[in-house]
Design a protein around this ligand. Sequence first.
Ligand code: TYM
Length: 348
Amino acid sequence: MTKPVILTGVRANNDLHIGNYFGAILPIVDMARRRSAEYIVNLFIPDLHSFTTPINHDQLFDSIMNNARVYAAAGLPLDDDAIQLYRQSYVSAHSELTIILNNFVGFGEMERMTQFKDKSAKLSNDRVSVGLFDYPVLMASDILLYNAMYIPVGDDQTQHLEITRDIAERMNHKFGELFTVPEPVAKQHQFFGKDQGLRIKDLQNPAKKMSKSDETGKGVIFLSDAPEVARKKIMSAATDSVGKVNYDKAAQPGISNLLEILTLVRQANGRAVSLKQTIDEFTGLERYGDFKKIVADEMSEFLANFQARLAQVNDDTILRKLESSEITANQTANQTLLRVQKAVGLRR
Ligand code: TYM
């Protein structure tokens, strides 16, 4: 019997930040290590998703490689054959399936996607691309080509998972069993437990998530930030007028975010502390400056160690892993694509 498939991807625009790292990459790497005996784990770099919002194309190729290097520096075992690491654009079936599925998805459905609404609201009308609009269909293709059951993503992606399920069910209903329908979101949460749903907030505006598309970068700590730069960003993080450290996401979102970040970087620095232990340790502390300094010290230690590990990653090893995974990925994806091509009448 073939093993069930877990699949996920992190885009490669600009620099990756600590929200991507602690919210997605690190949990993905931990999950891959734990599950690869019983599951096939497909990690891919959605490079075709990169230009749904404007980017610097001169940097894209390197960002893609950097994304793969970050997985390696985060501890992904590249020698495990049950774990695949590939680039979306090296498997052309993603694009072909998207073109086919586009014809079975309604304009209205796509228009209701909150991520599209949010992102397009920030751009003038003629800069809102068809690519941005079509993003969820490409994402559905990414998932359906590999018969994936479990897709660990943050909850900003819930709607995209739901539309993927809708598309799969719709196609199966019309053409017979074409696709594996991924598990419903509630089941995904059960399966991944606490790995999912963690949301690191912007340091300047803790009401919104830390995001690559942030314009100023002041509230975002990039994995490539020099420790001193990260220190300044933490020292100037927005707090509140309560004046006492307390974990209260509604009344003190900035301080609560810093408590979460502190826990994560301490763990990454090898100290086994839980969020609760960190909260207990700092609750009631009156000087925010002292508290921020502790967060900044831990962050500097984390960044210095991480950047040293990243510098040691060997590009030849990465390329060999990508290229061998891409052979396997093409085989699986092309089988699914052929099934669809036959069903819709393009092939006998
Ligand atoms: P992307 O690159 O925008 O986000 C990658 C993952 O990172 C999570 N994330 C965060 N988690 C915690 N705190 C933050 N501040 C934070 N910012 C981002 C996101 O929830 C996501 O899980 N559409 C996908 C990429 C994709 C994909 C796929 C994923 C394309 N095709 C197929 C799975 C399956 C995305 O949001 O990428």
